[in-house]
Design a protein around this ligand. Structure first.
Ligand code: C5P
Length: 308
């Protein structure tokens, strides 16, 4: 009999807006964010291994930095579906990494979203979008968006999604720094910088939504906002230099992805992206430079063998 296996491809994300409100009692911050999924993608393959306990193998870029223990977020995702379905999680998880690790592009969350979807198909669970989104939110604030993809407003801690209108495609250049930044450390630094100042509840950016609906890259570039920037700069001062360099080199806008340290530059077209990528590489300030377009779909099955 053919071994059952399912492969799901999942994109990374950028936050076009990331506005951070007060620290909540549960340790998370109230957010108003606008996500866009971009076509830098990981592949997550689940292969049924009857009688053999769950395992995780990671290949590709940064593979050595991804935990392969059963604490891996994708492994937790598989276990959560198995528990609901009432089966043993006897699968081999194979992750092919393209997304940088601890870089603000939600690589770990993306793999978790892919693993949820793959497990749903492997065990013919048919959990549906609502139940999968609920499981996703339990795994992390960004995980529901990586299932969803496209462009969406995130509120709550980022897990409450509303689709946003977006016209056309936007071209990005990503400058990936050497070494990651810890998300809790960046949020913690923001709290420290804010001290005892009172913080208002964040509001969704109308300029970003308007630019997206119009497909206006110049307006979107000017409207990009990330309130974690001061904290990310405090922990990684070179990020400011990198953003300034990209802006002076002609980017329409520059921001940091999530809590960083990946810097994202919006450009007018692929040619401008190529020029900027070459210039950024020459600075020696970043480990890798990648180009990508968005928005793209969220987690999607690309291969399924031996399943119903
Ligand atoms: O939800 P996720 O596991 O991605 O969050 C990682 C950490 O980032 C949290 O433990 C918290 O420290 C911080 N965070 C936050 N507010 C959010 C999202 C994340 O403070 N809305």
């Amino acid at each position: 009999m053919t071994e059952a296996r399912v492969t799901v491809r999942v994109p990374g994300k950028i936050n076009l807006q990331l506005s951070v409100g007060p620290l909540r009692k549960d340790g998370f911050h109230e957010l108003a964010t606008i996500y866009q999924a971009v076509d830098l993608c990981d592949d997550v393959r689940l292969t049924a291994t009857p009688g053999v306990p769950l395992s995780v193998t990671v290949t590709g870029a940064d593979a050595d930095q991804v935990p392969t223990s059963t604490d891996n977020l994708a492994a937790r995702a598989v276990r959560s579906v198995a528990a609901l379905v009432g089966v043993e999680p006897e699968v081999a998880i194979g992750i092919t990494k393209v997304l940088p690790v601890a870089a603000g592009m939600a690589g770990g969350s993306a793999d978790a979203a892919a693993a949820l979807m793959a497990a749903d198909v492997l065990w013919d669970a048919r959990l549906g979008r609502v139940e999968l989104s609920r499981l996703a939110a339990e795994l992390g604030s960004d995980v529901p968006f990586l299932l969803h993809g496209g462009t969406a407003v995130g509120t709550g801690r980022g897990e409450v999604l509303t689709p946003a209108l977006s016209r056309g495609s936007f071209n990005w250049v990503f400058a990936i720094a050497a070494g990651g930044l810890s998300t809790p450390a960046v949020y913690g630094e923001l709290d420290r910088l804010r001290g005892s100042d009172s913080v208002a509840n964040p509001e969704v950016s109308v300029p970003v939504l308007t630019a997206l609906a119009a497909g206006d890259a110049a307006a979107l570039g000017a409207a990009l906002v990330n309130e974690l920037l001061p904290a990310a700069f405090a922990l990684r001062p070179q990020l400011r230099q990198l953003l300034d360099f990209g802006t002076e080199a002609g980017a329409l806008g520059a921001t940091v992805c999530g809590s960083g340290p990946t810097c994202a530059f919006l450009v007018s077209d692929e040619g401008a992206g190529l020029d900027l990528a070459v210039a950024l590489t020459a600075t020696g300030l970043c480990r890798t430079v990648r180009r990508a377009a968005g928005p793209v779909v969220g987690a999607a099955v690309v291969d399924a063998v031996g399943v119903r």
